[in-house]
Design a binder for this molecule. Structure first.
Ligand code: FAD
Length: 388
């Protein structure tokens, strides 16, 4: 099905193996604030590396696996079958970085990240600037061979596991005054402090603290690309991340469809399985139908990226994939809770966890509303036929 090659099926199988090994740890993580013992997590990461699933997005010459976009989708789809972010051990380092990294940055940041020795986090969003990144007020001022960074960043995912952060600020003074720039900041660094670690809807070991950068000094060699670049060189990354969000949503929906079908076959009311009740059948059927449609869309989008189709078309299609797959997964999770009845409201139930966890897929990496505006913008510029 889906015209997958032998190589595609083989990597999909490896990813499925890992996901199946991680699923039994979900309830323990859920009931323990998202945490598992450190040695268990280290074992999971080692297993991801052993199975060749780490850094699938990085070029082979840098130690990655150089997988096609479709293969990466297949891997992330399996990652998405696991709750509590346990499968985030299948890391995808910043693939946009090598093309702009200096030899120093390659040695210090990129290569150790590909080897799994370093981990990154992103400090871009602020209290007043999320969808509108241009609204950030964090600053970067050049001082001799250094930059001095100031700002307060929100939702810094994985700050507690990362050992360096990408920090985006606006330049103060110089030829590029007011323009964006991005820096790599080693963690910990003097002046970087956690203001607060809010609780979020999901239960995962990766936190999203509010982080304050006060007069943080970084060497000028930690500037990513050039002054004025900011994340502008990272559009490829947005496309990648949106497609991977979509892929993980397919995996979440696949797991839910399987679990709710099994439950509906087994759960009997008045002597009959609930799977024979029309209303339940409707929820099962709609879920699988929408999953099938989403999967076809996401795989086709990945194939287009691999075929090198027009980059603006790729951009719009990745937005469509994220929009549809994340909204689809949300609907499936809602139905799954309903099919499970009271059990679906229990934290030990997979539907309850996915119901909370999938909600953010419509928000991060660009909200559904932002994806719609990207798609509509390209529709009016290129015409619907160019996109679908
Ligand atoms: C769990 C979690 C983890 C995150 N991790 C990170 C991270 O690691 N690093 C990081 O930098 N950020 C991170 N974020 C931030 C995330 O990217 C933003 O929350 C997201 O982009 C939305 O921005 P906002 O929260 O400021 O909402 P806003 O931009 O204020 O949006 C509020 C509402 O207005 C709508 N809206 C805004 N602009 C438009 C528009 N132009 N057209 C139509 N509707 C619009 C939105 O869709 C939304 O419904 C994370 C967020 C969450 C929840």
């Amino acid at each position: 099905m889906y015209g997958l090659s032998a190589g595609d099926l083989e990597i999909q199988d490896r990813a499925r193996t890992l996901a199946d090994e991680l699923i039994p740890f979900e309830v323990e993580a859920e009931l323990n604030g998202g945490d598992l013992p450190k040695d268990v997590v280290a074992g999971h990461k080692a297993r991801a590396i052993e199975l060749g699933l780490y850094a699938t997005n990085m070029p082979k010459e840098l130690g990655g696996h150089g997988c096609t976009s479709l293969q990466q989708v297949l891997v992330q789809e399996q990652v998405g079958r696991v709750t509590n972010a346990l499968a985030w051990v299948v890391a995808t380092p910043p693939s946009w970085l090598p093309s702009v990294a200096t030899p120093y940055q390659l040695e210090k940041f990129v290569l150790p990240t590909v080897r799994g020795e370093r981990e990154e986090c992103y400090a871009i969003t602020e209290e007043g600037a999320g969808s509108d990144v241009d609204g950030i007020v964090a600053t970067a001022r050049r001082d001799a061979d250094e930059y001095v960074l100031n700002g307060e960043k929100w939702h810094v995912t994985s700050y507690n596991t990362a050992d360096y952060a990408f920090f985006q600020g606006k330049l103060v003074g110089g030829a590029h005054d007011g323009e964006h720039a991005m820096f790599m900041v080693d963690l910990p660094s003097p002046g970087v402090t956690v203001l607060r670690t809010p609780a979020y809807m999901h239960t995962i070991s990766h936190h999203h603290p509010i982080v304050r950068f006060t007069d943080v000094r970084v060497p000028a060699t930690h500037l990513v690309g050039a002054e004025g670049d900011g994340m502008t060189f990272a559009y490829e990354w947005f496309r990648f991340e949106r497609m991977m969000v979509a892929a993980r949503c397919l995996g979440g929906a696949q797991r839910l469809v399987e679990e709710m079908t099994a439950f509906a076959k087994e759960r009997a009311v008045q002597g009959k399985p609930i799977a024979t009740i029309g209303a339940i059948q409707g929820m099962l059927a709609d879920s699988l139908t929408e999953l099938f449609a989403a999967r076809a869309l996401v795989y086709e989008t990945a194939r287009g990226v691999d075929a090198g189709i027009d980059v603006k078309v790729q951009h719009a299609q990745c937005s469509m994939a994220k929009l549809y797959a994340s909204e689809m997964a949300g609907r499936v999770a809602d139905r799954a809770v309903q099919v499970f009845g009271g059990r679906g409201y229990m934290r030990e139930n997979v539907a309850e966890r996915f119901f909370r966890e999938l909600r953010v897929e419509r928000i991060w990496e660009g909200t559904s509303e932002v994806q719609r505006s990207i798609i509509a913008d390209q529709m009016t510029k290129r015409g619907p036929r160019a996109l679908a």
